[in-house]
Design a protein around this ligand. Structure first.
Ligand code: X2W
Length: 295
């Protein structure tokens, strides 16, 4: 157990950060492993509530890929992905919307309320928050050429209408947002949650975008946890991709950070959601815990 003095030291270390971030918006993408385990879920929620209580405006954008897979399975529907995106036919879209905007969104809202915060759940349809259009994913064909491919109701963000989210945040609520977009004719689109969080962070002119994932951050040597890169700049990214340090599922996450930074977000962080209170450790301590990507 920590001695009283050590505890005080930890609180004091947080002070300059509390001062610096007070009144600023922090968009948190919440998904993956940190959302499956109940204990981790509670740890994340408590961190978000603490942030709100010290004057920061956290905005939660959640995923729910594993929950969607589970429900599709129960209904006897197959999950199918192309380049990490769910191929979303009409029946799948119906399930995606029910699971994300219904079940997952309301679960998070209820948890925040239960632990003493105030939360309001929205999806991209509410107040026209996330306007989207059909995405054609560039997929390599047999000849090696990248051709636009129809993957159903997967959306690209056209426009974000952030007014409602700002108002809720100013009134003391934590907005909780499901990554469902709305099309011109009111149709629903399934949007990757990292992408939705990045776009929201830009529209809200957020100070920070935090992606909670199920890896430690970017490791120079994947076998060695001590090789974590705690901070890097946009300019370092191409070389790290070239060397294979940033690869696979990390590429879209880093791209999301780079785009957010280019769109005016101050700092972006990729952190390990499997570690209890990783959010607090990244935001309120000097060293942080994951990888920070800066401009
Ligand atoms: C995702 C949306 C949820 C998501 C999906 O259908 O799974 C697309 O792939 P995680 O938990 O962050 O993976 N959408 C287009 O991104 O959830």
């Amino acid at each position: 157990m920590l001695k009283a003095l050590e505890k005080a030291g930890i609180l004091v270390e947080a002070l300059p950060y509390i001062k610096k971030f007070s009144g600023k918006t922090v968009v948190i993408k919440y998904g993956g492993a940190a959302m499956v385990n109940d204990q981790l879920k509670e740890a994340v929620i408590m961190d978000v509530i603490l942030m709100k209580l010290v004057g920061i405006h956290p905005v939660v954008v959640h995923g729910g890929g594993p929950e969607i897979n589970g429900m599709l399975d129960r209904l006897g529907l197959k999950s199918h992905f192309i380049q990490g995106l769910r191929v979303t036919d009409e029946a799948t879209m119906e399930v995606v919307e029910m699971v994300l905007a219904g079940k997952v969104n309301k679960e998070i809202v209820a948890l925040i309320q239960r632990f003493g915060g105030k939360a309001v759940g929205l999806c991209g349809k509410d107040g026209g928050l996330i306007q989207a259009k059909k995405r054609f994913e560039l997929v390599k064909n047999e000849a090696g050429a990248r051709v636009p491919t129809d993957i159903g109701f997967v959306g690209d963000v056209v426009k974000i209408e952030p007014g409602l989210v700002r108002e809720l945040a100013d009134r003391g609520y934590i907005p909780v947002i499901a990554p469902i977009g709305v099309g011109e004719n009111g149709e629903s689109y399934n949007i990757n949650a990292d992408t939705a969080a990045g776009e929201l962070a830009q529209a809200l002119e957020a100070h920070k975008l935090v992606l909670l994932t199920d890896v430690e951050g970017i490791l120079r040597d994947r076998q060695d946890k001590a090789s974590l890169i705690s901070s890097l700049r946009i300019d370092d990214v191409p070389a790290l991709v070239e060397e294979g340090v940033i690869s696979g599922g990390m590429i879209p996450k880093v791209t999301c950070c780079v785009e957010a930074l280019q769109g005016g977000v101050g700092q972006t962080h990729i952190i390990d959601g499997r570690l209890p209170h990783s959010l607090l450790l990244e935001v309120f301590t000097d060293k942080g815990i994951g990888t920070m990507v800066l401009k």
